[in-house]
Every structure is written in C-alpha cells, then in structure tokens.
Design a protein around this ligand. Structure first.
Ligand code: ATP
Ligand code: MG
Length: 344
C-alpha cells in the first residue's frame, strides 16, 4: 500500500432491496436504499456520514461491513477488492471491520458476562493462545475504555447506557480492526453522556491510530469528531467537504437546511434562529424516488433542470464536492439565484 491509497474506497455502491408480496411472493417493488454512493476514508481519519432517517446511512455501513450484499459498485479495503468476498475470505475480512451500534442495550447479549462479550472476538478470530492471555487482554481492553477491570464478571443489565456503550467499544477493539463503523453511537444516550463517549472515541483514535466511519443523523454530533463529512439524501451523496468547510461554506441547500436545525449557544441568536422550512414534510420514499435531483420537491431553489436531470457530484474546490444544479452555470444560468445564500 502506498501512502496515498485510502484505507477504504467505495465506488458507485448500490444496495437495492427487492420487496415481495402477495400469495405467490412476486417481486412488487425495489427500495433504492443506497443508490450510487462513492467515498474514501483515509487511514487515521474520521469520515462523518450525515442525513435524515431513511437516507441509507446504516445500509451503507452494513454493505461496507459486508453484512449486506451490494447490488452494484465496489468496496476496497487497503487495496483489496472485498465486494464479492465469500466464505473464509469474508470471515477473515470481518475482523478488519468492526461496528459500534446505536443501541448499547440491544447490542449486548444479556446472558453473557462482560468478560465473554468483550472476549468473544478473541476466540472467533483466534487472537489469543490460552485462557490466561484471554483474560488479561479483556481486562486490558476494559481499562482502555475507562471501565474498572473488576467489572468483567458482571452482566450488561448491571451497567448504565454509557458504560454499555464502552463495553461495545471494547468488544469492537478486541478484534484489532482497521476500520470501525460507529452507527449513531451516542444517539440513544443522555446528552451529558454523549460527550464522554465522543471524547473516548477521540482519545482511542489518537492512542491507537484508529479510522472511523461515523454515522449520525444531525450535524451537531459530528462537528467535533469528524475530519470530513459526507451528507446523504435518499441514498445519494449530495455534498462532501472537510469539517470546517462544510460548517462555514455549506453549498447544497440540504446541507444548509440541516445546519439551520442546529441550536446555537448564544441565547439571542438562538431566539432569532429559524429552521429552514424545506426540512418540514416527509422525505420521499426510496421505492419511488423523485426524478432529477432527489431533493428538488423540498428545495426552495428548485428549477426546471432540477426536476429533469440528476446533478452529478462535482468537485468545485479541492475536497469539496456538491451535487446541485445551482453550481452548474450551464444548468442554472436562466433560473437560479447565484450564488446561493448561506443560512444566517
Ligand atoms: N432489509 C431491508 N429491506 C427493505 N428495505 C430496507 C431494508 N433495510 C433498510 N431498508 C430501507 O432502506 C432505506 C434506508 O435505510 P437505512 O436504515 O440505511 O437508513 P438510515 O439513514 O440508517 O436511517 P436512520 O437514521 O433511521 O437509521 C429506508 O427506506 C429503509 O426503510
Ligand atoms: Mg440507521
């Protein structure tokens, strides 16, 4: 691997679920959950994946983990094309990719002691030689995530939500993965605990050189932890930029709307803050997505081109890519406001 090769490279990923129904179980509809998504994650960085519920974030994560088969596209990990791996190859790749789930209550087996929950990947992937080394490693992992190693004999119900999420993180680390997919890891936790878990993930990243794909549904959570952010809408990427660029110069009207929904600390500014009205109303169904730009039915800047043709994701500045006709002079010459106003 050269230094410039990304750790993870996803190219034109599609995940389409076929829905069957009726007595004969005939194919009735296709859910275009992920519909042509491309991105890369470099070694040691955190890429945030943000978008409203149902836009395909978890499905993207599960396809990268190879828990769901992609319908098209490719997934490369450290240069290996893992898209079609099966059997033993797939089991081997599973160690290199781990997931931290949203629900720390549902993700842990209530009948297993913490010792066995955290240690299971050591056995599955044959990472320890004997019982003594196994126990020592689990206690080390508990210590690493800020839990008292004496808690190893306890069961999940004896822990708080934040502690259970620490157990989930220790279990993911046990496999010594190259990439950890964090699927809304703090959404189910109290706000006061969220920052502790985010800080832990950040500390572990600098200590162990970890790489994260960090999924969240709003832009407030990812602000501190991500280096770059990819905004998804209806199974597609609408904008990708470095964290600072995305917050300071959001270009896609959907990104601008998501940012308008974040509360601000200054009470006067917070009183004056208006959430972009385009966030009201439902996200269209991925079974029958809109023609042209997927966001056009909710976008206040939409014009003819937006209804007719899908805007490609184009890199307008280095590292900042947007899929929006407003930034395509040929398509927007006639109707579009130029440049698009940023949210106040
Ligand atoms: N196994 C499945 N079969 C059919 N449709 C599915 C399946 N899994 C997900 N979907 C659909 O695919 C779309 C994307 O779902 P996904 O869970 O990836 O969204 P998400 O962005 O993670 O949303 P959330 O923020 O609610 O977690 C949704 O419309 C969902 O209903
Ligand atoms: Mg999800």
């Amino acid at each position: 691997m050269t230094n410039t090769e990304p750790l993870l490279e996803v190219d034109n990923l599609q995940v389409h679920f076929k829905l069957h129904g009726g007595l004969l179980g005939r194919h009735q509809a296709t859910v275009r959950a992920v519909d042509g998504v491309s991105f890369r994650v470099d070694q040691g960085e955190t890429l945030g994946v943000v978008g409203e519920s149902g836009c395909g974030k978890s499905t993207t994560g599960l396809a990268v983990l190879r828990m769901i088969d992609p319908s098209a596209g490719s997934i490369r990990l450290n240069g290996d094309d893992i898209t079609l791996y099966k059997g033993r190859q797939l089991r081997r790749i599973r160690r290199r990719l781990q997931m931290v789930y949203q629900d720390p209550f549902g993700a842990l087996d209530p009948r297993m002691r913490v010792l066995d929950i955290v240690g299971e990947p050591l056995l599955v992937h044959k990472l320890t030689s004997d019982r003594h080394a196994y126990r020592k490693r689990v206690l080390e992992l508990l210590d690493l995530v800020g839990l008292n190693p004496k808690m190893a004999e306890r069961y999940p119900h004896e822990f708080s939500g934040g502690q259970r999420q620490r157990i989930g993180i220790a279990r993911a680390l046990a496999a010594e993965p190259e990439l950890i997919i964090c699927d809304e890891p703090v959404s189910a936790l109290d706000v006061s605990i969220q920052a502790q878990i985010i800080n832990l993930l950040e500390d572990l990243q600098s200590e162990l050189g970890l790489t994260y794909l960090f999924i969240a549904h709003d832009l407030a959570v990812v602000r501190h932890i991500c280096d770059r952010i990819m905004v998804m809408y209806l199974g597609q990427v609408v904008e990708t930029a470095s964290r600072d660029t995305l917050y300071d110069q959001p270009m896609h009207p959907y990104t601008q709307a998501l940012l308008s929904a974040i509360p601000v600390p200054d009470p006067r500014a917070e009183t004056a803050r208006e959430v972009d009205p385009s966030l009201q109303g439902e996200v269209p169904s991925p079974v029958n997505p809109p023609s042209g730009c997927p966001f056009h039915p909710r976008c206040r800047h939409a014009h003819d081109a937006c209804r007719e043709t899908k805007p490609p994701l184009r890199e307008l500045q280095s590292g900042h890519a947007v899929a929006c006709h407003l930034y395509d002079p040929a398509a927007s010459e006639v109707n579009a406001p130029w440049p698009v106003a940023r949210p106040a």
